[in-house]
Design a protein around this ligand. Structure first.
Ligand code: SF4
Length: 325
């Protein structure tokens, strides 16, 4: 039983059944990104990557989408379901990667390169999507880039590390925006090498938002979905070093309860050990709590609103991406 005990707001409430009741009353669907805390993942209707979740919610007849993730993800859900109400438990749940591409700066960059196609990872605000020709996810980025005419130059944003990986995998040179994810760029190469030495049998699973030298240590490099598949198809009693946000381990443990998962440490300047196993936890994702989820449903706030022109224009690059495959 997880209780909310703030008399000023709601008295004592048993949160999980209260959330279930509200979900029925509101005809809501609860989405949880893989990086959410375990108790939120456990009450969600769907758990997954951001775009996958938004598409699943759009396909339901729910009136309300409660997105337990970060702000750009809830915006994407709104873009794909403009007539549904979209709630986000904590409006301050941002994303260092999405915020590394402010719409006005990105527009100036695009205007300086008018002969380039603009491709952006889904981790962008709706305003930046509205400046984009094609969106990509980490699962389909290589495929989308390979589908573009070879005589067209390409801008790729906002993640320079993902862009670098896509360049290598696709063989296409691109003009990269200088953005990054504060979580994935600080994994410690040295600590992963030591883990490989200590556990030579372990498979190293790396997300492509990590820098090249860290990616080069991976046995599998891919999206969270690809890393989950690697566990599903791998040794059910094996050892896995996980080089992405550790929230994913909750789903990995569900898939392979007998396996051992080791969270890769982050590099921390000034730390005696040189690494830290909590610094690679996304502080934005962890702003959402079960209590905030309950309160946002009860109050129907905070909710996501977007201007009509942004809603319509931001949908285009997602539709173009889906046409590719
Ligand atoms: S893990 Fe990185 S990309 Fe994902 S929400 Fe957090 S800051 Fe953004």
């Amino acid at each position: 039983m997880i209780l909310l005990t703030k008399p000023s707001q709601s008295g004592q409430v048993d949160l999980v059944p209260a959330i279930e009741n509200l979900k029925r009353e509101m005809n809501a669907v609860i989405l949880a990104h893989y990086y959410q805390v375990d108790e939120i993942q456990d009450v969600a209707d769907f758990i997954g990557d951001s775009l996958d979740l938004s598409r699943k919610a759009a396909a339901t007849d729910a009136d309300v989408i409660v997105f337990c993730g970060v702000h750009f993800m809830a915006e994407t859900a709104k873009v794909l379901s403009p007539h549904k109400q979209v709630l986000l438990p904590d409006l301050a749940a941002g994303c260092s990667l999405a915020e590394s591409a402010p719409a006005d700066e990105f527009k100036r960059f695009v205007d300086q390169h008018p002969d380039h196609l603009v491709v952006n990872y889904v981790n962008t605000s709706a305003a930046v999507k509205a400046l984009t020709d094609y969106c990509v996810t980490s699962s389909n980025a290589v495929q989308v880039i390979q589908s573009l005419p070879t005589d067209r130059k390409i801008i790729f944003g906002p993640d320079k590390y993902l862009g670098d990986w896509v360049q290598r995998e696709s063989g296409r040179e691109m003009l990269l925006w200088e953005g990054s994810c504060e979580v994935h760029e600080i994994f410690s190469e040295q600590a992963i090498l030591e883990l490989k030495q200590a556990h030579p049998e372990a498979k190293v699973l790396v997300h492509p938002e990590c820098p090249g030298p860290v990616r080069d240590l991976g046995d599998v490099v891919g999206s969270t979905k690809r890393l989950l598949e690697a566990v599903e198809k791998g040794d059910p009693t094996g050892t896995y070093v996980v080089v992405t946000e550790p929230g994913i381990i909750h789903q990995m443990e569900r898939i392979a309860p007998q396996a051992t998962f080791i969270m890769a440490p982050a590099e921390v300047a000034g730390n005696e050990q040189g690494s830290c196993t909590t610094c690679n936890t996304c502080p934005h994702m962890k702003r959402n709590t079960l209590e905030k989820l309950y309160l946002c449903m009860k109050n129907r706030s905070p909710k996501i609103e977007l201007p009509d022109d942004i809603l319509q224009r931001a949908r285009l690059p997602i539709e173009r991406m889906l046409e590719v495959g």
